[in-house]
Design a protein around this ligand. Sequence first.
Ligand SMILES: [Fe+2]
Ligand SMILES: [Fe+2]
Length: 246
Amino acid sequence: MKNAGNHAGAHYPGSSRRNFIEHSFKITVVSGIAGMGLLTGCGHKAAAEEEEISPPEDLMREHGILNRVLLVYDHFLAMLASNQDIPPQPVMDAAGIIHTFIEAYHEKQEEDFLFPRFEKAGKLTDLVQVLRLQHEQGRIITGQLLALARQPRISTDNDKLKLHDLLSAFIRMYRPHEAREDTVLFPALRSIVSKHEFDSLGEDFEKREHQLFGEGGFEEFVDKVAGIEQQLGIYDLAQFTPKPAH
Ligand SMILES: [Fe+2]
Ligand SMILES: [Fe+2]
């Protein structure tokens, strides 16, 4: 998920950022194209597409997927409030995205690459402690949601109440959790690592993402969450615009 343009990496053979030689090669290629752009007027776009995505931007885009699942969870709560039955499959699919993409990948990145650096620097350590604990609690809730969704139906009052409580607890914890990371933790990252380390963190992020999901992991999960939204009738963004007063 390192290219500002989704397919920018595919434009240049050997553009993987796995090592310095390949990286240098790519810079040369891009510079060449940018140079040609002076004549053709299109080089600026090619260079912009090759812009690296910084670690915080990477993580914040992943929070976007988390937010979209929270919207799905909100919708389940609204369905429960109006006494509708909740089909287990979309619950399984939504909690599955949280399990696979957020907990096993995004949060693991924070736990392996970000939190230890803050702890070592003695910065925001109280916050990091809370964030770590919340990841643990989140994983427990997701495990319980998945267990609930493995049933053929979520139909008893007890199950519906349980689903309500798990969804509510998850949403209530994760909105402030991710907002605090976006506004406090991520912006502080540059102040505790060198520019070189900041850049190499981006490389580490990309490597892990490719190991877990191959090319296009982010796009794959955006598509998955969009599919759930479509199934539930909450994909069309315009539906959330307030109607103008007459
Ligand atoms: Fe987190
Ligand atoms: Fe996060």
